[in-house]
Design a protein around this ligand. Sequence first.
Ligand code: CDP
Ligand code: CDP
Length: 203
Amino acid sequence: MSFTIAIDGPAAAGKGTISKEVARIFGLAHLDTGLLYRATGARRLEGMSPIEAAEALRPEDLEREDLRSADVARAASEVAAIPEVRAALVDFQRAFARRQGGAVLDGRDIGTVICPEAEVKLYVTASDNIRANRRWRELVSKGATTSPEAVLADLRERDARDQARATAPLRPAVDAVLLDTSEMSIEDAVARACEIIRASRQD
Ligand code: CDP
Ligand code: CDP
């Protein structure tokens, strides 16, 4: 039997951190779907057509070291607005979601488009400033030189593009549970996500 948990939300809200922990705790597989768009964006920066890049994507492309950079993040959100790019990535995500033993997928359109039938849907948010500060700390700890203000501007630009696009825009599914992590530690956010999942498993 498959069991799918969909975790969506804006940039640096805590989706990835919560998804990894939830997957570990419940023994589920995890797919960070942002990596698919980041890997496609990285290829675009190298001069490849984004549609061809998405169609030719291989699992090892998701392991590239440079996918976390701000340039790749911007390129990812640009290619993510192209309907053919999104279409090329649907089958892989749906097959992952249906795998035996269950799966957690995090991204922007998991609860709305990729897995509208997911057993649990979370929409993770936090205030813009808190998200920017968290992402800034993360980037600096990996050796990047940037400011919280520059990261905030990047996140706002990306969120606006993700929310405004015509195909699979970022928005909470009508049946998603909202989880605002602004005032929560990672441990608190994971604990709350686990409570929501346990409650819906008992339904
Ligand atoms: O996947 P997403 O972009 O939504 O966010 P993330 O990569 O999980 O989290 C962004 C950063 O915020 C990471 O460095 C997390 O450790 C941190 N974080 C936090 O400090 N407090 C939380 N409640 C959640 C995430
Ligand atoms: O970690 P962060 O939240 O900053 O970004 P990400 O989840 O790695 O996603 C990078 C970009 O890919 C986003 O800004 C979106 O434009 C796009 N994306 C998407 O359109 N749909 C998804 N399911 C996942 C990511």
